[in-house]
Design a protein around this ligand. Structure first.
Ligand code: FES
Length: 161
């Protein structure tokens, strides 16, 4: 997931569509693969997928926008996925979310102005025993206190220099 190409390539989308179109659950498979490849599901992908699956564009668009897993804009260089489900909420995820939004200056679903971080909400990362949990740049972290978040963010920024 670190090697996203943000440039939309209709031929690549068509190739993914034709490779997966006969598989069970083809639409979801295709949308996931497009997101893995580009980091998001470009708007222009819908007509290509619709044609491959013999669906309307509205049907494809409806599924792509219904599931929160799919992004519709290119993400920042790193994605922060913060768990907002019950076990994490019970262990301070509400305060953590407020802190993270303040630190980054963005709401959930947004990317920082410098393009460095995208903040996303997730609902359980399977790490409930070590809540609150988050994924930063593909790495799972547990028991994330406010101070620990600041450390991880600083390390990540430092690592980029
Ligand atoms: S509820 Fe947050 S990891 Fe499960």
């Amino acid at each position: 997931m670190d090697q996203h190409q943000n440039g939309f390539d209709p031929a690549a989308v068509a190739a993914i569509g034709s490779r997966l179109k006969d598989r069970p659950g083809a639409l979801m498979l295709i949308l996931h693969e497009i997101q893995d490849r580009f980091g998001y599901v470009p708007r222009g992908a819908a007509p290509i997928i619709a044609q491959a699956l013999n669906l309307s564009r509205a049907e494809v668009h409806g599924v792509a926008t219904f599931y929160h897993d799919f992004r519709h804009q290119p993400p920042g260089r790193d994605v922060i996925r913060l768990c907002r489900a019950e076990a994490c909420q019970a262990m301070g995820a509400v305060a953590l979310a407020e802190h993270v939004r303040g630190r980054l200056g963005v709401e959930f679903g947004e990317t920082t102005r410098d393009g460095a971080f995208t903040l996303e909400a997730v609902y359980c990362l399977g790490n409930c025993g070590c809540s609150p949990a988050m994924v930063l740049a593909g790495e799972l972290h547990g028991r994330v206190s406010l101070a620990r978040f600041d450390e991880l963010l600083a390390e990540r920024k430092e690592g980029r220099r």
